[in-house]
Design a protein around this ligand. Structure first.
Ligand code: MSP
Length: 510
């Protein structure tokens, strides 16, 4: 069995600067990709930018630059953000690349050769902001159901015979009950498809910024057909058979709830029509609001992820975004909640615990790490069992994309450790029972080691710093090293620890 794991983010429109929503989707994938690597999988993690279409062309015109120069510039912002957020993607794809354009044309040609594309005329509503077509019945007060402005479009267009795929899609959904998650989103998709599908316009003639349709220069491809194909491009479908065989179908396309329809209806229909395997899963996460308000440029409350990193710290921001909101739900960004998480979960629960334990070892045992007791007391066993069984629970949480729940499980063990340290009071045992003090500290060190390894996917830098303090060698930080299997990975000697998770103190006057 192959242990390849191919995970993708949506590719981001380059019409504007990246914001928190963009950082969020990729962050979730980054944590997932890192988790799978630590768990022994051969991961390909793909992200990138969606650079064609009317929206991008309009933005370039507005900026007074040629579209290619404009997309070069804005795509770079997304690549820079990925560095700032410490994303571990294996490839950053740009849809303006030659390889991608050829892949789109190959897919088009196959669809056409198989008789799924025909030339007609589109007359209807189009929203440039959503890059989506809407029917008369979907228009509410002259706007798209998303609230985006629409314009009337009438032009020659190629169509994909989407209407023929309704039954096949519904049958596929039935046979693959985990294809779309959360379940509520899957139900929306099923009822949308059950309501009947119309053929889809897949080319435009009224602007030029797109992949040319093979053998008909008057048309460029509809940006969503172009964009979705990026997943095949990066898999090597065009030119790298071995890679394609290893990677396709993708294990998961992570998307926001606004773009599930494109991924769970159009994309599978294109793939079925081309006789290609379908991705295994589409997961749709929710949207962030800012202090209760919808995030929008016109309101001026867009959250800049770089500003968050600057003020709160990188791993703190990563932790907050994945811990605060159940993955799949909408969530609110509240400053107070961020500070609470930093100070309580990170600085106190994990940071203090590890500092206290290490300091006691340095102070009372000359930094020499004590051995675990041969016979465990009941409390030792309860805590070690909780830690040893954590990976299994967390693995299930990750497999279901319940990242917040994985963190909650880890913090349960951390809280358990805090209760244990308070109850055992090793600082008092120093006087009354030094051997027992050493045992207690050894139990705690083992739990901290395992938790440090497990938080790596979400907080790679801080976890590294913590594991460095514990003197865990780099090759003993993967998941093969936990679950109680490798207790002897514990260090011989440690030094006085520095705080890995500093408290956040609000600046005066705020
Ligand atoms: N280019 C398309 C995707 C093509 S994939 C083949 C696109 N790009 S986007 O830049 O508009 O959005 C990318 C992702 O950002 C989407 O998954 C979207 O849900 C996410 N978010 C945008 N704003 C968001 C929030 N306020 N909160 C959370 N995620 C949000 O769509």
């Amino acid at each position: 069995m192959s242990n390849h794991f191919y995970i993708t983010t949506p590719i981001y429109y380059v019409n504007d600067k990246p914001h928190i929503g963009h950082a969020y989707t990729t962050l979730a994938c980054d944590a997932y990709a890192r988790f799978q690597r630590l768990d022994g999988q051969d991961v390909k993690f793909l992200t990138g930018t969606d650079e064609h279409g009317q929206k991008v062309e309009d933005a370039a015109t507005k900026a007074g630059i040629a579209p290619q120069d404009f997309t070069d510039k804005v795509s770079q912002n997304f690549q820079d953000l990925a560095v700032s957020m410490n994303f571990s993607h294996d490839e950053f794809i740009r849809t303006t690349s030659e390889r991608h354009k050829q892949t789109c044309q190959k897919l088009w040609q196959i669809l056409q050769d198989k008789g799924h594309i025909y030339l007609g005329k589109y007359a209807g509503w189009y929203s440039v902001r959503d890059e989506a077509y809407y029917t008369e019945t979907e228009i509410v007060d002259g706007k798209a159901p998303t609230g985006a402005p629409v314009e009337w479009v009438e032009e020659p267009s190629y169509f994909f015979d989407l209407s023929k795929w309704q039954d096949k899609l519904l049958a596929f959904y039935d046979e693959n009950p985990d294809f779309v998650a959360p379940a509520s989103r899957f139900n929306e998709i099923k009822s949308f498809v059950s309501g009947g599908l119309k053929d889809l316009s897949i080319s435009r003639t009224s602007f030029k910024w797109g992949v040319p349709v093979p053998n008909d220069d008057a048309h460029v491809m509809y940006v969503w057909l172009d964009a979705l194909t990026n997943y095949l491009t990066a898999a090597g479908w065009l030119d790298d058979e071995a890679s394609y065989q290893a990677l396709w179908p993708a294990n998961i396309h992570m998307v926001g709830k606004d773009i599930v329809r494109f991924h769970a209806v159009y994309w599978p229909a294109f793939l079925m029509a081309a006789d290609l395997p379908l991705p295994k899963r589409i997961y749709a996460h929710g949207w962030w609001t800012n202090e209760g308000q919808k995030i929008s440029k016109s309101v001026g409350n867009v959250i800049d992820p770089l500003a968050l990193i600057d003020e709160f710290g990188l791993d703190q921001t990563r932790y907050f975004l994945l811990r605060e909101v159940p993955f799949g739900n909408d969530g609110d960004f509240a400053r107070a909640a961020m500070i609470q998480r930093i100070n309580s979960d990170l600085a106190n629960d994990l940071g203090n615990l590890s500092n206290r334990v290490q300091s006691l070892i340095v102070k009372n045992l000359d930094g020499v790490h004590p051995a675990l007791p041969d016979t465990l007391q009941e409390e030792d066993k309860a805590l070690l069992d909780a830690a040893d069984s954590l990976l299994e629970r967390v693995r299930t949480n990750f497999a279901n994309q319940q990242f917040h729940e994985a963190l909650r499980q880890i913090w349960q063990v951390i809280s358990h450790s805090n209760r244990y340290v308070d109850a055992m009071a090793p600082w008092a045992l120093k006087k009354t029972d030094p051997p027992r003090m050493a045992e207690v500290l050894a139990v705690l060190m083992e739990v901290i080691r395992q938790c440090g390894i497990l938080v790596q996917p979400v907080m790679p830098q801080s976890a590294n710093a913590l594991l460095d303090q514990l003197k865990i060698p780099a090759d003993k930080r993967d998941f093969a090293a936990i679950g109680g299997a490798r207790r002897d990975d514990l260090p011989v000697e440690i030094e006085k620890p520095q705080a890995v998770f500093p408290r956040f103190i609000e600046a005066e006057g705020e």
